[in-house]
Design a protein. Structure first.
Length: 334
């Protein structure tokens, strides 16, 4: 397996994509492997609580890697997964029980209650922070962001799949944490990744972008939606764009992909050939949808558009789709 993607591979530039860990996927059922690494004092542990990483604060710096003793001292353990091994040591993900984390409520002058701040009581040396803000604010190195995304995704799955979906019995964790087995009916369950198409409809020097009400002020992004059972990537692109904007699509071409741990998706980035221009916005999905020129996109990427329009943050594949299209590096559609 290549540790680093070939030069110029667009997927590798997206947030959460660079992950230097050897996942050891072919060795997960090897007898004694999990215990040997778990007992190794050189191994390190990523701690996840309430779907957020728990970070150490040392000399003003943040560190997501804990020793085993440090990790076990934070709170009761629910699940442990062997993420893999880097050049120096094994790295695990350890999920602590929700009871170990307290939610601090603050009230704004307007009376609104904010419950976003979470803490480990009595542990000022630890920070509980959502992974999205850790990433967008550049608080950790890119390589660590990659395996934190891996840890968050697999622990989200474990937290919601403790019982067999076939018979309802409690399931057991096996395969170094990468499989659950039902002792009652024998069913096996594996972590899931949900495929999502995210696409840039284009017409000459114009591209189609939409705005959700949950976006930051002025931000427009590529349209996106979940791939449905029995559907090709291309048909999902055509269906989602038509549903959300009324734009019919001809050719579709793949551009890049991105692991997106919110909660556990694979974003499949495409460009698509628009066959008409009249927009009919699906108001249940979008607040607005409009055509933008290549010049608009340049200004949005540089955050200098006179109307305050902005492109998504560089951690998102939508940013890189826009950049690649503006630079003329997306596949031809005609």
């Amino acid at each position: 397996m290549l540790k680093h993607a070939p030069a110029g591979e667009l997927s590798a530039a997206t947030g959460f994509a660079f992950n230097p860990i050897d996942r050891l996927s072919e060795r997960r059922d090897e007898p004694g492997l999990f215990d040997r690494f778990f007992d190794d004092p050189n191994s390190r542990f990523v701690v996840i609580g309430r779907d957020r990483p728990v970070l150490k604060i040392e000399d003003g710096q943040l560190d997501p890697l804990h020793t085993r003793a440090e990790a076990l001292a934070i709170g009761p353990t629910r699940e442990t997964v062997l993420l893999g091994k880097d050049d120096q040591r094994a790295i695990f993900a350890l999920m602590i029980d929700d009871s170990a984390i307290a939610v601090e409520e603050t009230v704004s002058p307007s009376g609104l209650i904010d419950t976003r701040r979470q803490i480990i009581p009595g542990r000022p040396d630890l920070m509980v922070r959502d992974l999205r803000s850790v990433t967008t604010e550049g608080l950790l190195p890119v390589a660590q962001i990659g395996f934190l995304g891996q840890a968050k995704s697999v622990m989200f799955w474990h937290a919601r799949h403790r019982f067999c979906s076939n018979c309802g019995a409690p399931s057991n964790v096996v395969g170094a944490g990468w499989r659950r087995e039902c002792p009652k009916c024998g069913a096996q369950h594996f972590p899931r990744t949900d495929p999502v198409v995210i696409m840039l409809a284009v017409d000459g020097d114009d591209c189609l972008l939409g705005r959700s009400g949950r976006f930051g002020k002025g931000m427009y992004s590529a349209l996106a939606g979940f791939l449905e059972p029995g559907e090709t990537i291309e048909d999902a692109v055509r269906r989602e764009i038509l549903e959300e904007s009324g734009i019919r699509i001809g050719r579709v071409a793949y551009v890049a992909s991105q692991p997106w741990p919110f909660p556990s998706s694979l974003m499949i980035g495409c460009v698509a050939q628009a066959l008409n221009r009249d927009i009919v916005v699906d108001q249940t999905e979008l607040e607005d949808c409009r055509w933008f020129t290549r010049q608009d996109v340049d200004l949005m990427l540089r955050r200098s558009h006179p109307d305050g329009f902005e492109a998504p943050n560089p951690i998102a594949i939508a940013h890189h789709l826009l950049r690649a299209w503006y630079d003329g590096e997306t596949p031809a559609l005609s």
